[in-house]
Design a protein around this ligand. Structure first.
Ligand code: ADP
Ligand code: TRP
Length: 329
């Protein structure tokens, strides 16, 4: 059976892009593979947060994982900082990671631009920590978006370099995973580009029906088609793209037909889209609202995950220490 792993940084909320691009795939994968899903709380410290925010955001992401359908018995669901073995592997990989190759990663270059006043060493070695997350369970597949491909490449480099340096075959070379050609990119409703936290255009899984309606009604459109069978411009294509994810196929077909016939009324389209987004997120939101108040469940989930994750991690670390020559005490 393949080992699958992925992580999400605790930023407090998840939007439709995170849901269709990541979470729903995780839920499907857990039926098939041996899955590890975690909350990357150490990673979020590279951009300095307050202790209150960190604690609260970790709880919320844990609740969202559960609300979206991650099953803590089927998958191993845990918090990164609960597994100290990851830190030891991180330290050992740091000895094999070259500063030059880390400085060349685009995510690091982006961060230098975004936070020039806080270019900490943790930002530079972010990919080393991520490789440790992945390789501590000797994972084969990592379901992540395209933006993480360079990090995956480095995880492969460190796996290979470790195996070569210490003449062993402890680590597989992990690959980014997606479901065939159907890699979804959820667009934003502001006309161009993707839905994203930093883009500030997210429709969140915990948004109320009212909030969803307001956001959808504000979506950018155009003056409407002026001749039959015109190809829609990007803002309209984006509305259709979200509709394709959340609405029944007949609904989408009906609005596309109206567009082709120049009879479409964007107000009606938006109203329907808001309804359908709400129908899609409502069960998640309701489960989330229950789970977030259930301290016992959250604690128990984290404790179960921690135990399972540490069992797997310490088995890897035992072999790693032996390969490096750290004697058994
Ligand atoms: P954000 O871009 O909002 O900061 P993250 O970078 O934390 O989100 O992404 C968490 C996961 O969600 C990643 O696996 C990423 O590929 C996926 N994801 C984020 N935005 C989208 C989107 N608009 N469409 C599809 N997947 C997305
Ligand atoms: N870097 C990932 C992101 O920003 C989060 C992450 C940290 C991760 N460690 C990971 C994802 C290990 C997959 C595997 O989205």
């Amino acid at each position: 059976m393949s080992i699958v792993l992925s992580g999400i940084r605790p930023t407090g909320n998840l939007h439709l892009g995170n849901y269709f691009g990541a979470l729903l795939n995780f839920v499907k994968l857990q039926e098939r593979d041996s899955c590890f899903f975690f909350i990357a709380d150490y990673h979020s410290l590279t951009t300095h947060t307050t202790p209150e925010n960190l604690t609260n955001n970790v709880r919320r992401i844990m609740a969202l994982y559960l609300a979206a359908g991650i099953h803590p018995e089927k998958s191993t669901l845990y918090i990164q900082s609960d597994v100290p073995e990851i830190c030891e592997l991180y330290l050992l990989f740091n000895m094999l990671a070259y500063v030059g190759e880390l400085e060349r990663t685009t995510t690091f270059k982006d961060k230098i631009r975004l936070q020039p006043g806080n270019i900490n060493a943790g930002l530079l070695t972010y990919p080393v920590l991520m490789a440790s997350d992945i390789l501590i369970h000797r994972s084969h597949y990592v379901p992540v978006g395209k933006d993480q491909e360079q990090h995956l490449e480095l995880a492969r480099v460190y796996a290979r370099r470790f195996n070569n340096t210490y003449r062993c075959e402890i680590f597989p070379e992990p690959e980014a995973f997606n479901f065939g050609a159907n890699l979804v990119k959820v667009p934003g409703l502001d006309g161009t580009g993707k839905m994203g936290k930093s883009e500030g255009n997210g429709i969140y899984l915990t948004d109320t029906p009212d909030e969803i309606r307001k956001k959808v009604m504000k979506a950018v459109t155009d003056a409407g088609p002026t001749a039959p069978d015109q190809p829609p411009a990007e803002p309209i294509r984006n509305l259709f793209a979200i509709m394709e994810l959340v609405s029944p196929p007949e609904t989408l077909a009906c609005f596309k037909e109206q567009y082709a016939q120049c009879t479409i009324r964007y107000g009606d389209l938006k109203k329907q889209l808001a309804e359908d987004i709400n129908a899609c997120v409502a069960p998640v939101r309701e489960r989330f609202n229950d789970i977030i108040r259930n301290e016992a469940l959250l604690k128990k989930t984290a404790a179960t995950g921690r135990e399972k994750a540490r069992a797997s991690a310490s088995a890897t670390l035992k072999e790693v220490r032996k390969a490096v020559g750290i004697s058994e005490k």
